[in-house]
Write a protein that binds this ligand. Sequence first.
Ligand SMILES: [Zn+2]
Length: 159
Amino acid sequence: MTTSAPESPTAHLGLQQSLQGAIDRCAAVGLRMSHQRRLVLELLWKEQEHLSARDVFERINTRERRSIGQTSVYQNLETLQKFGIIECLERSGGRLYSYRADAHSHLICSATGRIQDLNVQLPGDLLAEIEARTGYRITSFTMQLMGEPLRDPPKPANP
Ligand SMILES: [Zn+2]
């Protein structure tokens, strides 16, 4: 099993995962690109974290110094995830949203709860064995890995 380093979350991503790619996919499914919707998308692509609707609302209004209503943030996040434009994770504390919509895996820090995206490839012979055992062709997979920091817990991103 190989994993790529989490330091460069976009390095491997092509146009499919670029902000422009997301805007194009919105157009393809008939979603109007309102000013508010673009603010939400831009924030998710800029932060590249798994954020609650409240986080998105607060960061747009404080860090970005743009004005957007809470209801608009909630509605846009829900619409974007419903159409598969963004990722939505169901967590015990509520939903988290992120910019990636492709199948990928997660590493969750047991100390801080921080979620990192991981690009994990399973060896072909393991996939073949699973297919032979189950009678299904595996088309995608995601893994959730829990871990504790080997050294000090990582500091929160963008302090
Ligand atoms: Zn993710």
